[in-house]
Write a protein that binds this ligand. Structure first.
Ligand code: AP5
Length: 216
């Protein structure tokens, strides 16, 4: 099963992709997570990406296209994969098609998660992530058992640099201008299904699984 998750920042792409990844035993490929790891490790790619990410802009297409191209060749993608946060521009989507054609694969589903901007701001400003294992939480909607500590590994929870309100507003504008056109792009290919992203995380997961299993 080869999937794409589309949606604005904070829609729940990462949350839902992680659950599906565990359910179907296929990798979640998050370009945001890969870029953040490169920034932490201070690789040349990380140094290049950092200023774009901090300002809420998209990292240049050629950087992310290269990351995904390489990642999709790995053994664990044979059974399928979940792209979370990629593609984000029409140029990225066109490059993805070329890469997939070259390895004899295609996208079977594009799930767009829809949430209004006010809710997105609440979610993002309350998001916390474990520094050690990367598990995500929300201070009100999905809190850890012990404040500031990860339930799974006991690591410290931190706030992402780009989750401050001003940067978040910029990310929403960037989404509207550069990523939203992909809704029409995939709709025209009859691949797009939109899922309302409000309600419990479990109920949203059930709606997504229903779509995937009805068309499997
Ligand atoms: P990236 O890391 O991809 O961020 P994003 O798309 O902005 O998405 P988020 O991770 O913020 O949100 P999400 O939809 O995954 O929501 P989540 O599940 O965490 O990208 C960061 C940056 O990297 C970009 O700005 C760009 O600079 C660069 N980048 C990445 N990919 C790129 C690309 N392809 N091209 C160019 N640049 C790229 O949920 C959010 C919060 O809400 C959490 O706290 C969660 O617990 C909570 N929550 C989730 N579901 C629910 C629910 N149903 N009810 C209540 N709370 C919920």
């Amino acid at each position: 099963m080869n999937l794409i998750f589309l949606g604005p920042p904070g829609a729940g792409k990462g949350t839902q992709a992680k659950l599906l990844s565990a359910r179907y035993e296929i990798p979640q490929i998050s370009t945001g997570d890969i870029l953040r790891a490169s920034v932490r490790e201070q690789t040349p790619m990380g140094s290049r990406a950092k200023s774009y990410m901090d300002s809420g802009s998209l990292v240049p297409d050629e950087v992310v296209v290269g990351i995904v191209e390489e990642r999709l060749q790995k053994e664990d993608c044979k059974k399928g994969f979940i792209l979370d946060g990629f593609p984000r521009t029409i140029a990225q989507a066109d490059s993805l098609k070329v890469t997939l054609d070259s390895i004899g694969k295609n996208i079977q589903h594009v799930i767009s998660i829809a949430v209004d901007n006010e809710e997105l701001l609440t979610r993002i400003t309350g998001r916390r992530t474990c520094e050690k294992c990367g598990k995500g939480y929300h201070v009100s909607f999905d809190p850890p058992k012990t404040q500031g500590k990860c339930d799974v590994c006991g690591g410290d929870l931190c706030q992402r640099d780009d989750d401050k309100e001003e940067t978040m507003r910029k990310r929403l504008t960037v989404y509207d201008l550069q990523t939203e056109p992909l809704i029409e792009y995939y709709s025209k290919q009859s691949l797009l299904r939109t899922v309302p992203g409000t309600g419990s995380i479990e109920d949203i997961q059930k709606s997504i699984v229903k779509i995937l299993e009805a068309t499997a």
